[in-house]
Write a protein that binds this ligand. Structure first.
Ligand code: CDT
Length: 307
């Protein structure tokens, strides 16, 4: 018997600064309904899916940006999304900026089951960019100012009849993210992203953004025998061109669906969770072949040591 989860990767086009949450939630519900019509069990939305990518601006007083953060989930404005998903019997994964009651700020993603219950919350571990204002840049990437890196790590949960994990954007570039979940038997990794095509510290990478996006998710999938669903917020947002190329990657590392536009677009794939075992029980049988005793540097040190 096969375990099929039909997954919709719900790429979003740009969200401009003047767009309201209500307008955005209407777009999310439209994609949700398309996914339901296509027979999806689960819809995956991007990182920071409710607002424009606000870390591209620096403000002196961070509390001036509180309106970009959610203090509860569901909130009154996102409740229609939760209600419609429950009515349709479809699950979803949603990225948003979270402001806790203790005043902590996280880049967060939640997983909601078909019955409307929140299965899991993941907070971004690898926070890229810079902490300080860098006024000479064409645009900021001040995620390290706006978000605390989570110490909660990468969990894996039983949901949708499979083992599901989450990561957010820059996490997908780090092999450790996938492997920590691989070691918990992950079968499906859900990842939202916002990736500006212009990489200011080294513009020679601009032309490679699409290649690197595919490279990391395809290798992470293959090396851990897992499905990976990468979903972009794409297109020109507030003058910044962001990568689309949302994709669904099989445990073989093959891309089975890929976005063709940089707009709101749904891609759908029937994902057989039993395909994972073709890799995790053979070439990547961790129990048989891994050598953790010689990998101790991975957790013992952060940067490069020459001695
Ligand atoms: N959102 C996010 O993590 N974006 C980064 C951009 C590169 S670092 C400035 C990414 O890894 O795609």
């Amino acid at each position: 018997m096969t375990r099929i989860v039909t997954i919709g990767a719900a790429q979003l086009g740009p969200i401009q600064r003047e767009h309201t949450r209500e307008q955005v939630v209407t777009r999310l519900i439209s994609l949700l309904r398309q996914a339901h019509s296509a027979g999806c069990d689960l819809v995956v939305f991007p990182e920071l899916a409710l607002t424009t990518f606000f870390p591209r601006w620096f403000v002196e007083d961070i509390s001036d940006t509180d309106h970009y953060y959610e203090t509860q989930m569901p909130s009154p404005v996102t409740a229609p999304l939760f209600d419609e998903a429950k009515r349709l019997g479809i699950g979803f994964c949603l990225g948003y900026a979270e402001l806790t009651q203790d005043g902590e700020r996280f880049n967060t993603q939640i997983l909601v089951e078909k019955d409307g219950s929140v299965v899991a919350k993941y907070r971004k571990v690898h926070i890229p960019g810079h902490e300080e204002n860098e006024p000479d840049r064409a645009f900021q990437h001040a995620e390290r100012y706006y978000f605390t890196p989570s110490n909660e790590g990468f969990g894996v949960w039983n949901a949708f009849g499979s083992r599901v994990g989450m990561m957010i954007c820059n996490d997908r570039r780090w092999p450790e993210s996938y492997r920590v979940m691989g070691l918990q038997g992950v079968e499906l990794i859900l990842c939202g992203y916002n990736t500006p095509i212009h990489y200011i510290p080294d513009p020679s990478q601009d032309i490679l953004q699409g290649f690197h996006n595919a490279l990391v998710m395809q290798s992470g999938a293959y090396q851990n025998g897992t499905w990976v669903v990468g979903v972009a917020k794409a297109g020109v947002e507030e003058g910044v061109d962001s990568l689309g190329q949302s994709m669904i990657v099989a445990p073989s590392g093959q891309i089975v669906a890929q976005a063709l536009t940089t707009d709101d677009e749904l891609l759908v794939a029937r994902c057989d969770m039993d395909w994972c075992q073709k890799y995790t029980k053979t070439l990547f049988d961790f129990d048989r072949y891994r050598r953790p005793e010689v990998y101790t540097r991975i957790t013992a040190q952060r940067g490069v040591e020459l001695d």
